[in-house]
Design a protein around this ligand. Structure first.
Ligand code: GLU
Length: 416
């Protein structure tokens, strides 16, 4: 199929390793390696200049066996159907690992939001929502933020959907502003989940976050909050990079001050609290923990040999190529895979969806306690599976996820 590119092939390789160990039946194997639905839409937008520009958008519902499709929407110039399909597959496995009653979905629009005005972004969001409206809804498919989308984009999405269906629908999307049905703790949830699994993995390996040196690639929602929460646990953040450059300080960067800098300058580069760090050098730093929290395919055969960390926590989706992961495993690096490490975001999205459907909202303490419990439970289950099957954490996470989806697929049986 033309939509299957290199990213999807990588996901299939990860899937196959686990499916073989599970002795997955060929029919179920087929069902779990095909996306259920791929939608491609054209979104015309009147730009501020007066001219009309047509943007291509995607929404993929990879698998909905366990519940409504769930997954974010990303705005990026490099978005492809292959990428969105793969990300939707990863959401399927992520929701299953976290034991959420959701399937997996993902959306994307090919655009460069850094070059668009707020009005243009609003128009694009509303048109994209309208174009996919028949496929979404609280029981069908529930989007959320992803790369370059935020609470404001979710607010426009929710409003557009609500205007179409004729009533306010809060549960159609998660990651909304708290004032309109968002959950307390959602903004911090992916970073918090990453910190929790980093802490649990360090404990398993016999060390602690307190005093550990950490390098972070990406300083968006996941990287910045993950770094901040790890620093609060006593970790020393020695280097951070983003798309424009980086900053390092062997005695530890002041993360709240770095966040203030980024709010003004839109990049960590130039931060006066450290020395410059080339973007590619984040992987070579002398850190115990490395957190890639940017985009896919960042740890590759080109840089994997430079990595000194003994623990990698994948804040991003798909940051490590399959070949590079093999080498990390051989080197004895403990990798907490994306579908476990960044599951905190979608777990709190689940809490948001539950709160919206009940119309009854929890305190931040309740949200964080439930997130802590879910992440620890998922980590323990994957670790136990890794030890039982004598495999790495990525294969183990796939075994857990595929096992859960396959069980329900068989229970439900074949329709027609
Ligand atoms: N975009 C996030 C992810 O990749 C969150 C998805 C969601 O909350 O539905 O996990």
């Amino acid at each position: 199929m033309s939509s299957y590119g290199t990213l999807f092939s990588g996901m299939l390789q990860e899937f196959e390793g686990a499916a073989r160990l599970l002795n997955l039946e060929p029919g179920i194997w087929q069902m779990l390696t095909h996306p259920k639905r791929q939608i491609i839409v054209s979104c015309p937008v009147q730009m501020d200049s007066g001219e009309i520009q047509v943007f291509t958008g995607f929404r993929v519902q990879y698998n909905v066996t366990l519940g409504p499709a769930k997954g974010g929407i990303r705005y990026h110039p490099d978005v492809t159907l292959d990428e969105v399909t793969t990300l939707a597959a990863w959401m399927t496995w992520k929701c299953a690992v976290a034991q959420l009653p959701f399937g997996g979905g993902k959306g994307g629009v090919i655009c460069d939001p850094t070059k668009m005005s707020k009005r243009e972004l609003e128009a694009l969001t509303r048109r994209y929502t309208a174009e996919i409206i028949d496929a979404i809804g609280p029981d069908k498919d529930v989007p959320a933020p992803d790369v370059n989308t935020n609470e404001q984009v979710m607010a426009w999405f929710s409003d557009t959907y609500s205007m179409h269906v004729g009533h306010t629908s809060t549960a159609v999307v998660t990651g909304k502003p708290v004032e309109m049905g968002g959950s307390l703790g959602r903004r911090e949830a992916t970073g918090r989940g990453a910190m929790i699994v980093a802490r649990e993995a360090a404990r398993h390996l016999g060390f602690s976050l307190d005093g550990s040196k950490v390098a972070v690639q990406g300083f968006g929602n996941v990287g910045a909050i993950g770094a901040q929460l790890m620093a609060e646990q006593g970790a020393v953040i020695i280097g951070v990079t983003d798309w424009k450059g980086g900053v390092q300080n062997p005695t530890g960067l002041d993360i709240p001050k770095l966040q203030q800098w980024v709010a003004q300058h839109k990049t960590v580069a130039g931060f006066p609290g450290g020395e410059p760090l080339a973007a590619a050098d984040v992987f070579t730093l002398d850190a115990e923990i490395l957190m890639p929290a940017a985009l896919e395919k960042q740890i590759t055969l080109d840089n994997v040999h430079d990595i000194k960390a003994k623990l990698i926590v994948e804040g991003a989706n798909g940051p490590t190529t399959t070949e590079a992961h093999k080498i990390l495993h051989e080197k004895g690096v403990f990798v907490v895979p994306d579908i476990l490490a960044n599951a905190g975001g979608v777990t709190t999205s689940y809490f948001e969806w539950v709160q919206d459907r009940h119309g009854y909202f929890w305190t931040e303490k309740e949200v964080n306690e439930r997130l802590e419990a879910k992440m620890c439970q998922a980590f323990e289950t994957v670790l136990k599976t890794a030890l039982e099957y004598n495999v790495d954490m990525r294969v183990a996470a796939y075994i857990v996820a595929i096992g859960r989806v396959a069980t329900v697929t068989k229970m439900r049986g074949m329709y027609a």
